[in-house]
Design a protein around this ligand. Structure first.
Ligand code: ZN
Length: 81
């Protein structure tokens, strides 16, 4: 199925909105090691997925759950989900 123009425009807008959120996001430090957190963006052939993870590769929080909406990823991280 080919997405309609409206769906494409919406996807584009959502992407821009997510990019803004990525830039402005305030992340709590890692709940496991107290290290710095960062937002990871997974770009495949479809929509991008966002995850917040610890910057320490040895930390168990170095890979997080992936979300379609970066706001959800940030909220989940800051809530310690
Ligand atoms: Zn950590």
């Amino acid at each position: 199925m080919t997405p309609s123009y409206a769906e494409e425009a919406l996807a584009y807008y959502k992407q821009k909105e997510n990019e803004e959120t990525v830039k402005k996001a305030k992340l709590e430090p890692c709940p496991f090691c107290g290290g710095e957190a960062r937002i990871l963006i997974y770009r495949g052939c479809g929509e991008a997925l966002y995850s917040v993870a610890c910057t320490d590769p040895r930390c168990i929080a170095s890979e997080g759950r992936k979300y379609l909406d970066v706001t959800d990823a940030v909220k989940a991280w800051n809530r310690r989900d």
